[in-house]
Design a protein around this ligand. Sequence first.
Ligand SMILES: [Zn+2]
Length: 122
Amino acid sequence: MKVGKTRKRKKSDGEKNMFSGLLVCADCGSNLWYHFNQKNPSIEYFNCSGYNKGGRKICPSTHYIRLDFLEKVVLGEIRRLTKLAAKYESEFQKLVIGQSTKDAEHERIYGNRPQIHAGEKI
Ligand SMILES: [Zn+2]
């Protein structure tokens, strides 16, 4: 058995990243593609796939965005949201519990009987 045959081929384009497929260009609606710097692979970035696509520019800008910057922004947003969720946890629970109680009550009163509409012959 030869070792190394199943090794994954690495491509400069199309490399997967957790943000791949999630980012869309605000200008042209194209997906943002993941790349990394050929000379320094630790520099990872996204840019608009619509920019310079096969020579025809459907997007006016590359929309170059560094991955580390993106992560900082996303992490900040997650922190903000988790803080918000913690702050409103009791309200959120009330809302969820209240709704399921309402549903149970509705089922108790009306059950699963088929509804008979006015004018229909029984
Ligand atoms: Zn674009």
